[in-house]
Write a new protein. Structure first.
Ligand SMILES: NC(=O)c1ccc[n+]([C@@H]2O[C@H](COP(=O)([O-])OP(=O)(O)OC[C@H]3O[C@@H](n4cnc5c(N)ncnc54)[C@H](OP(=O)(O)O)[C@@H]3O)[C@@H](O)[C@H]2O)c1
Length: 249
């Protein structure tokens, strides 16, 4: 039997923006499917916390989106979890610099794999369920750097630009049953690990933000939640959530 509550699959939902988005949709009564890759422990902890609030309202799905062969099983597991799917948030993303002169095929595959290829094939695999929902919605998390390049990150910028183009193209191809929108974050939470930015670059970025601060994960989560749970006449749009940075000289 399909679940009574609407169901959302969020990729990269173990931590940071994805986890905040899961919390907000869960607070609105949604069942959340938390996809993760390496953050299994975080995703399990989040699922336990949400299931303690409402039994059976959170499930964890593990897959490395660099591997094209995981898409079909991931989509099947997502449908099997609750027997329905109402929304998909393509949030998982790899981010690291690619200085010209040192760019490799492996950089291309990793940055396009999680940021562009997996969102397309996952959306395609889940399109029948999203159509059947009657309220189907997809939200792709892009980046303001799809339009305003970040120096030294050409491949990431290209991959996010592909995701932005996909957002608009699929808004046509999946209409009228499924709305497809995007959220383009500015500086929300500083990158960690291989994409880490030094203090000078962080200060330079903060100087270019009219609102003068990082956005924090809830700024993205609340916009995604609005695009999924409200916004019934909005499709094909990409909302910049960037403290005004994209209109700064
Ligand atoms: N943070 C910002 O300020 C900012 C700015 C602009 C755009 N964005 C965009 O907003 C979204 C969320 O940002 P964030 O900072 O929360 O992202 P993040 O922490 O950099 O990445 C989110 C998750 O993506 C997953 N991921 C990466 N590569 C994957 C792969 N090959 N297969 C499966 N999962 C993979 C990771 O999951 P595991 O940990 O489970 O491996 C990671 O936890 C991303 O799309 C990002 O590009 C963020």
């Amino acid at each position: 039997m399909p679940a009574d509550h609407p169901v959302v699959l969020i990729t990269g939902a173990g931590r940071r923006v994805g986890a905040a988005t899961a919390r907000q949709l869960h607070a609105r009564g949604w069942t959340v499917l938390l996809h993760c890759r390496r953050s299994r422990d975080d995703a399990d902890r989040l699922a336990a916390e949400l299931n303690a609030l409402r039994a059976g309202s959170a499930h964890v799905l593990v897959a490395d989106l660099d591997d094209p062969s995981v898409i079909t099983p991931l989509a099947e597991a997502a449908i099997a979890a609750c027997g329905r799917l109402d929304a998909l948030v393509n949030n998982a993303s790899t981010f690291h610099p690619t200085p010209v002169g040192d760019i490799t095929d492996a950089d291309w595959d990793r940055l396009f794999g999680s940021n562009a290829r997996a969102p397309l094939f996952l959306t395609q695999a889940l399109a029948p369920a999203l159509r059947a929902s009657g309220r189907g919605a997809v939200v792709n998390i892009t980046d303001i750097h799809a339009d305003y390049p970040l120096a030294g990150h050409v491949v990431y910028c290209m991959a996010k630009a592909a995701l932005a183009a996909m957002t608009k193209a699929l808004a046509k191809d999946l209409a009228p049953a499924v709305r497809v929108n995007g959220v383009a974050p500015g500086a929300i939470l500083w990158p960690e690990g291989e994409g880490e930015m030094d203090a000078d670059l962080q200060r330079e970025i903060l100087r270019s933000i009219p609102l003068g601060r990082e956005g924090g994960v809830d700024a993205i989560a609340e916009t995604v939640t609005y695009l999924i749970t409200g916004a019934s006449y909005i499709s094909g749009q990409i909302v910049a959530v960037d403290g005004g940075r994209s209109v700064w000289g």
